[in-house]
Design a protein around this ligand. Sequence first.
Ligand code: SF4
Length: 345
Amino acid sequence: MTNPDIRDFTRQELAGTMISLGEKGSRVDRIFNLLHRKGAESFDAMEGIPGELKSKLAARYSLAPAPAVEKRVSKTDKTIKLLFRFPDGAAAESVVIFNKKTVSACLSSQSGCACGCTFCATGGLGLKRDLRAHEILAQFAACRREAGRAPDSVVLMGMGEPFLNWANVKKSVLLLSDNKGHNFPQARITVSTVGVVPVIRELAESRLEIRLAISLITADEKQRAELTPMEKKYPLREIVEAAGYYCARTKKMVFFEYIFFDGLNDSPQDAQKLLALIKGVPCKVNLIMYNQNPGGAAFTPGRFEKGKVFQNILVEAGIRTHMRREKGTDIAAACGQLAAGPEAP
Ligand code: SF4
């Protein structure tokens, strides 16, 4: 059996190991920094760490080789899509999105996804495997390199359902925000779920500062059941109830994501249905046009004008909204298009 990867352990966990190895706990900050900030790729490459300690660490832990990375750049808006192939062949994608003044990194939490949403390219792949915390961090580090600086925000909205790999995602948040590592503020990390109710409730009770986005997709339960098999397990009403609980516990708002499919859920009546569903929950609604992909060929993207009418109904009802302008569609890097394959141009 392979030893666990040392980058999957928090600084506190490594401090415990140091004590059990009879080593000075004070060395742990340096080790953590070398691994996470300096990107040490082998125990030998850890500068300033005595050889004997390196050997002890190498006997207990592994350091998986860096994944192979392929890069595609959008000709229309400079969005960068990175395809990672991990040593065991599992693949995942990340996207670096350049806004007017800010940079955002969209990371994957799983290779593929088990949720099977019918409009999503990742859903068509099925689940290959969960990503380990260090594999999520490897995506962050690569996005940082591509952007030439630390991103302003991180969204876990790439491939996979983060709440079905919560142990690793939570660990990646703790590692990312450690001040001896990337020191990336938790409050600038958003985790997006299709609505795994028990984990929404767990997050509400945790001390994590991350932001929560919930992909409602649509406001009609019957229609949603056709768009995602997850509706059967976690019905819309239970999801919104859990969101209300999250807001009450954390005193934060939740981000609801609504996807426009032409003629399906973009009428003024649909807007009223959404208002009734989310009534009383402190939230902001992100409105997203469906992005076409081979898996979701039966759907047509919503139209901007209809989206605007829908948006105005929400705004008049006092709901904060944002109509998201998708980027990277020419390289299949937009929401719902990630498929970790060679099919993108
Ligand atoms: S939309 Fe999200 S949860 Fe659904 S299949 Fe795609 S990646 Fe999975």
